[in-house]
Design a protein around this ligand. Structure first.
Ligand SMILES: *[C@@H]1O[C@H](CO)[C@@H](O)[C@H](O)[C@H]1NC(C)=O
Ligand SMILES: *[C@@H]1O[C@H](CO)[C@@H](O)[C@H](O)[C@H]1NC(C)=O
Length: 258
């Protein structure tokens, strides 16, 4: 007897995380735990959207409950993150897919080294952009081993081509990509580990860039458009389903890094 798989999406109330939740709700029979930090209203709204999408999709309604659930936790806090993983496994009974979607930056001029010379920014970027992903992986590892599951982290094009919201951000996203490749080697053959690296997206995060900066990115992109959260979400879903891919960092940047 095979039960529907369970996905945990960390940082799901908005942006890429929410787009992944919609995509998995529409195109699979998975049960899904969405995690939010502060925005409970957005999480509730997303759950009801997912329920509508699932009904419309025609994917067989599973007999196990809950199909979708939301849980509050600050993923960067080890205690809360551990509790979230435990709660997911207790409520859903298993864990197959983990989307590690957490990031932090403080916007500075990338070319200004004086602005980059800030201890707190470096520490917080390492804490959130690298160590939080590692700790989440560690907490999920035994569950992903027994399900032969998969772990996917959200990196950034800034981790591939030096650019973006700040130097500490770009450097720690590069570290995250290396962490993911390392985990792929260490955790195989049972667990597949991949990352995606989006370019600038029109999420709440992307909207903190000035309109001039966004226009400049769009002009620089080979495809003369911005990548979308939906395209990133489809790439994540593909990585989650495909059993032949591990240790890959998939760029979805409309050609920015070329
Ligand atoms: C981490 O979370 C726990 C439980 O919610 C809380 O008591 C603690 O203060 C948090 N730690 C930090 C550094 O925020
Ligand atoms: C996995 O990826 C390979 C190569 O892109 C493709 O041929 C195959 O159809 C994919 N399998 C699934 C289940 O998506």
């Amino acid at each position: 007897m095979s039960y529907p798989k369970v996905a945990l999406i960390a940082g799901a109330s908005r942006g890429v995380g929410a787009a992944v939740a919609r995509s998995l709700a529409s195109h699979s029979d998975m049960r899904i735990m969405i995690n939010y930090h502060q925005n409970q209203e957005a999480a509730k709204q997303l759950i009801s959207e997912m329920e509508t999408l699932r009904t419309q999709s025609g994917h067989v309604k599973d007999s196990q409950s809950p199909t979708f659930a939301a849980a509050q936790a600050d993923i960067t806090n080890r205690t809360e993150m551990t509790r979230l993983v435990q709660q997911t496994v207790e409520q859903m009974g298993r864990l197959d897919i983990v989307i590690s979607n957490v990031g932090w930056t403080r916007m500075t001029d990338f070319m200004n080294l004086q602005a980059a010379d800030n201890e707190e920014d470096w520490d917080r970027c390492f804490e959130v952009n690298v160590k939080s992903h590692f700790r989440l992986f560690r907490a999920c590892q035994p569950h992903l081993e027994s399900s032969e599951g998969t772990f996917i982290a959200t990196a950034s094009v800034a981790g591939v081509k030096p650019s973006g919201s700040s130097l500490p951000y770009a450097v720690t996203k590069a570290a995250l990509i290396h962490l993911i490749k390392s985990l792929a080697i260490i955790a195989g053959p049972k667990i597949r580990v991949n990352s995606v690296a989006p370019g600038v997206l029109m999420t709440d995060w992307g909207k903190t860039f000035s309109p001039d900066k966004i226009q400049a990115v769009q002009d620089k992109n080979v495809l003369k458009r911005l990548a979308t959260p939906e395209d990133v979400a489809e790439q994540i879903r593909f990585l989650a389903m495909n059993r032949s891919i591990t240790g890959v960092n998939a760029l979805i940047d409309a050609g920015f890094s070329l």
